[in-house]
Design a protein. Structure first.
Length: 440
């Protein structure tokens, strides 16, 4: 069955039985209350999903299976001579619920390397697109092209017991994770490096091989990719990419279809494009001020001008967090070690000092602190990955770790198709005017 798959089956079977018992004994228990504003404003704060892989706390930040970002950086296995966690280790943790050993991670790296072959027709599908096609569009189309490889879709069409769904979802998950870096790198080299492609190196770990195929063999960039792909992997289940993957997967769409849906959500300006928006905001500021390192006073004036124009300060604020994003701190610590004198990095840090008090003073912003996107683009720029439109593809490769691990758990639990009830504004007004007793 395979080392990791066998472990997952053992853990998941026990957990699935616990969930069935929980529902049987407590299924009618009421959790919380829903406000009218939540119905109209994106269902913020409504608890309606179970996602085992991570939990976002407003004051503590993201925790993966209970471990904080600093704990992950300390405890997860690392590449030889490296100081950043290997993303394979985080996937192991999210899937199995325990910190892996170095041998566990080495095994997983080897498994992903063996499964990484991408059929030529997927590259043909990418090549059929105009070169100016956005990288995220190319990425989504490539994933859809790869869907013909789905073992779950084939098995379902042939007829399988629903108790075995998880097994084929797991196999698709591993194959997709193995192939995504190759696809992403191919898109990058096609669009930005004249189609001069680089073959994978199966001796490298997942993140280092990705960096290699992108064309960056600098050890500092490999370390950045290990950190980046780890900290962007998951953010509980309510964000658009995670929820979209879960939602489409609930229809028993295979992982390729479900993940492509998640990536189409990630491509939205309010989700995965934020890191490039941060860089462009800083570049606009530098251009207007005619400097590469504006002073704190200049930054303050530009922030005030941005707000007065009815615009947002990109990279600041979060739907859930009410403190500085721990992922921002992790990247700042990385930058202090690798590139503390970089002009763009220094500007990011100066914004961090200047922006929160200004944003707080408006009285309209619940969270004036930076999120992960406030720092990530500046690090990529430092190491030479300057193509901002590609940043969301990097995000997508990372996010696959979390949403696909969750999809495996969804099928183990046998979650049904997701189908929340909707109502009309007319119905709501009737209820408010006491013309009807209940909303249904």
């Amino acid at each position: 069955m395979g080392q990791v798959k066998e472990q997952f089956y053992k853990i998941a079977t026990k957990s699935s039985e616990d969930i069935k018992k929980l529902i049987k004994e407590n299924g009618e228990t009421v959790i919380g209350e829903i406000k009218l504003s939540q119905i109209y404003q994106g269902m913020r704060g409504i608890i309606g999903l179970v996602t085992e892989t991570s939990l976002l706390d407003a004051n503590e930040g993201i925790r993966f299976r209970g471990f904080s970002i600093p704990e992950l950086i300390e405890k997860l296995p690392k590449a030889e001579g490296g100081s950043q966690p290997l993303p394979e280790g985080l996937f192991h943790l999210m899937l199995l619920g325990e910190i892996p050993s170095q041998d566990d991670v080495d095994h997983l790296s080897a498994v992903l390397a063996r499964r990484s072959h991408v059929p030529n027709y997927v590259f043909d599908a990418i090549e059929s697109l105009p070169l100016h096609t956005h990288p995220m569009t190319q990425f989504s189309i490539a994933i859809m092209a790869l869907q013909t490889e789905s073992l779950f879709a084939k098995a379902y069409n042939e007829g399988i017991n629903k108790k075995d769904y998880w097994s084929y979802i797991y196999e698709d998950t591993m194959n997709l994770l193995a192939r995504l870096p190759r696809i992403a790198a191919y898109i990058f080299r096609r669009k930005y490096r004249n189609g001069d492609h680089i073959q994978p190196n199966g001796m490298l770990d997942w993140a280092a091989n990705f960096a290699h195929m992108l064309g960056f063999d600098n050890e500092g960039f490999r370390e950045l990719m290990r950190l980046y792909l780890t900290i962007h992997a998951d953010h509980e289940g309510g964000n658009v990419s995670a929820h979209a993957t879960h939602l489409v997967g609930s229809a028993l769409s295979d992982p390729y279809l479900a993940f492509a849906a998640g990536m189409n959500g990630l491509a939205g300006p309010l989700h995965g494009l934020a890191n490039q928006e941060v860089i462009r905001w800083i570049e606009d500021m530098n251009k207007e001020l005619n400097t590469n390192r504006p002073t704190k006073e200049q930054i303050k004036e530009f922030i005030i001008k941005t707000l007065q124009e009815g615009k947002v300060v990109s990279g600041y604020g979060h739907a859930v967090l009410r403190k500085t994003d721990p992922r921002f701190i992790a990247q700042m610590e990385f930058a202090k070690k690798h590139c503390p004198d970089d002009d763009l990095i220094q500007t990011v840090w100066n914004i961090y000092e200047v922006a929160p008090p200004i944003l707080s003073a408006t009285g309209k912003i619940k969270n004036p602190w930076p999120n992960v996107d406030a720092h990530s683009g500046s690090l990529l720029k430092h190491f030479g990955l300057i193509e901002e439109d590609f940043y969301t593809v990097l995000f997508g490769v990372s996010r696959a770790l979390g949403v696909l691990a969750s999809l495996c758990w969804d099928r183990v639990y046998g979650f049904p198709i997701e189908r929340p009830k909707s109502i009309t504004s007319k119905q709501i007004n009737k209820w408010l005017n006491k013309e009807i007793d209940t909303l249904s």
